[in-house]
Design a binder for this molecule. Sequence first.
Ligand code: GRG
Length: 302
Amino acid sequence: MLRQHLTIEEYTKEIGEAVSARLSTSLPAAWEVPDTLRQAMEYSLMAGGKRLRPLLVVAAAEALGGNREAALSVACAVEMIHTYSLIHDDLPALDNDDFRRGKPTNHKVFGEAMAILAGDGLLTHAFYSVVQASREYGVPATAALSIVEELSRYAGPGGMVGGQVADMQGEQGVTDLNQLRYIHAHKTGDLIVFSAKAGGHLAAGSPEQLEALERYGRALGQAFQIQDDILDLIGDESKLGKKTQSDVKQQKVTYPYFIGIEASRSEVDRLTREAKEAVQDGKVPNPQRLVEIADMLLRRDH
Ligand code: GRG
């Protein structure tokens, strides 16, 4: 089937499978890595997940006429960083979760020490994967350098890690919506912004195109997190029953907590429109998939 005839669900599936296939061969060779470490890294990396960030890297690159094979290496890099963050977030010292992606969390299977090291391994190997985009798939070194720079920036202390720390410190009481927006922008939004922009760098995008992709990623990231809060609340309510709904709202300081569920839904709609408009103003030559992804996220139920 011709690529342009794929529905967005088929396109998403095609890229998800290509990412999983590339990830399954992207870790260092068996003889280079201790067996248990490799198993622990692969356990979480191959446990499923929506592969949203890799999808955005590829779709943004293709929106500017970039090459999919090269984009897949960077798509794998961002999925490695995302997976490391989930492994570490689930640890007893942080969220202390038992399940992730429908399976027992990494530390439940491999123990805490190995889970920390599996996360460290994925974080480090992500940068190797970006360099491979240059060495094996012809991405110019200057583009690879920009991608490495932005991956460090958006995933690091001023990005996702900083957002996680703000979230942790805010657990004692996030008192206003601006504080929550800061947490969302960094903890969730920054990797999404990175993904869209990285696609732009891969396709040698102009500063205006990179700016459009940044605005797209920023609005999409916010919409994604608010939608996540709504889905979480609905899930909790159906698990707990109506009697305890107000307890749930009191425990979790989220978007619906501040402005209610209906206003949160409207905010997701507004941000989705904003994301689409950012790439529909003529600067991005082929924005269709990016637009369809924004609409698809609006329809998601998990
Ligand atoms: C430990 C440095 C460090 C950071 C942790 C990602 C994160 C930051 C925490 C995970 C908890 C959480 C709910 C974060 C908000 C972002 C989010 C919705 C993550 C889940 O992303 P999905 O839904 O996950 O894309 P899958 O499994 O589908 O890839």
